[in-house]
Design a protein around this ligand. Structure first.
Ligand SMILES: Nc1ncnc2c1ncn2[C@@H]1O[C@H](COP(=O)(O)OP(=O)(O)OP(=O)(O)O)[C@@H](O)[C@H]1O
Ligand SMILES: [Mg+2]
Length: 258
């Protein structure tokens, strides 16, 4: 089967929009092999953008490159006129670009409170305090579990702590690699409104999701990555209306859930 041709907006012109995180021609290598080539993705502030694709497509590698964990071979990561590609993870994080990498783990012997403290350690005291209050407002369930060791939490609660850690410094952009992995539908449905709420409050979110329907239900823009190449760039509504564009078996499986 031939993949559908790349279609539609979003903008690929030279001018990145001011309120967006713009990946431009990003190329990422791993183990001497190019695993993502010439990837341009627009992540607007205040919106959820979906990044879909089968196993091994290069999604996680792309996230790691944006976060500065992998050094891109080419391309740029633009935010407010500055290029963050090839900067160090700490600089990227401080600029307001947060990533939740795939398989992110908590410090399981530490309490929830201490996991939040670790995430806020580099913040000024007042910002750490307000950040803590804000994330506990987003995930009130965690307020009752603050003194519990992280290992005693349910999978959903652990994912809440992971998200709270990423959000505590009030980033402008958040890239989430596999929000729903290993979580029951009821738990996923608990998390989605919170993702919606932080985006509505101005955060630009890139959501990588195994369940296409979950991501497309929240997203405005959508991208499909396959074999290290972008196969689709456009609107999430196009993929909702024409699920046949989700051509690979992986994505067809994903589109049935949520
Ligand atoms: N640590 C690594 N060293 C070398 N190659 C790697 C490494 N991790 C992943 N790869 C390779 O990079 C390519 C892209 O993998 P990546 O994990 O980015 O894909 P993905 O889209 O996130 O897949 P999945 O849906 O399974 O999470 C794959 O061919 C994979 O085998
Ligand atoms: Mg991955």
């Amino acid at each position: 089967m031939t993949p559908p041709p790349p279609t539609g907006p979003p903008p690929t012109g030279p001018e990145p929009s001011a309120g967006a995180l713009s990946l431009r021609g990003l190329t990422v290598g791993r183990g001497g092999r190019t695993v993502a080539r010439d990837i341009s993705i627009e992540i607007p502030a205040g919106e959820v953008t979906a990044l879909l694709g089968p196993n091994g497509a290069g999604k996680s590698s792309l996230v790691l490159a944006v976060g500065g964990v992998l050094r891109p071979l080419a391309g740029s990561v633009l935010m407010q006129g500055r290029d963050y590609a090839r900067q160090r993870p700490e600089q990227i994080r401080r600029a307001g670009i947060a990533i939740v990498p795939e398989g992110r783990r908590l410090l399981t012997d530490l309490t929830v409170e201490d996991n939040l403290r670790v995430a806020a350690y580099s913040l000024p005291r007042e910002q750490a305090r307000t950040g803590r209050e804000r994330v506990l407002g987003l995930f009130p369930e965690l307020s009752r579990r603050l003194s519990a060791p992280a290992r005693t939490l349910s999978g959903g609660e652990q994912q809440m702590v992971v998200l709270a850690q990423a959000l505590i410094a009030e980033p402008r952009f958040l890239l989430i690699d596999e929000l729903s992995l290993g979580l029951a539908p009821v738990v996923i449905n608990r998390l989605l409104p919170t993702i919606r709420a932080v985006a509505d409050a101005g955060l630009g979110v890139l959501l990588i999701e195994q369940f296409a329907a979950v991501a497309l239900g929240l997203a405005s823009g959508a991208y499909i990555l396959e074999g290290g190449r972008l196969r689709f760039s456009g609107l999430a509504s196009e993929l909702r209306e024409k699920p046949e564009l989700l051509s690979s078996a992986y994505l067809l499986r994903g589109s049935g859930a949520g």
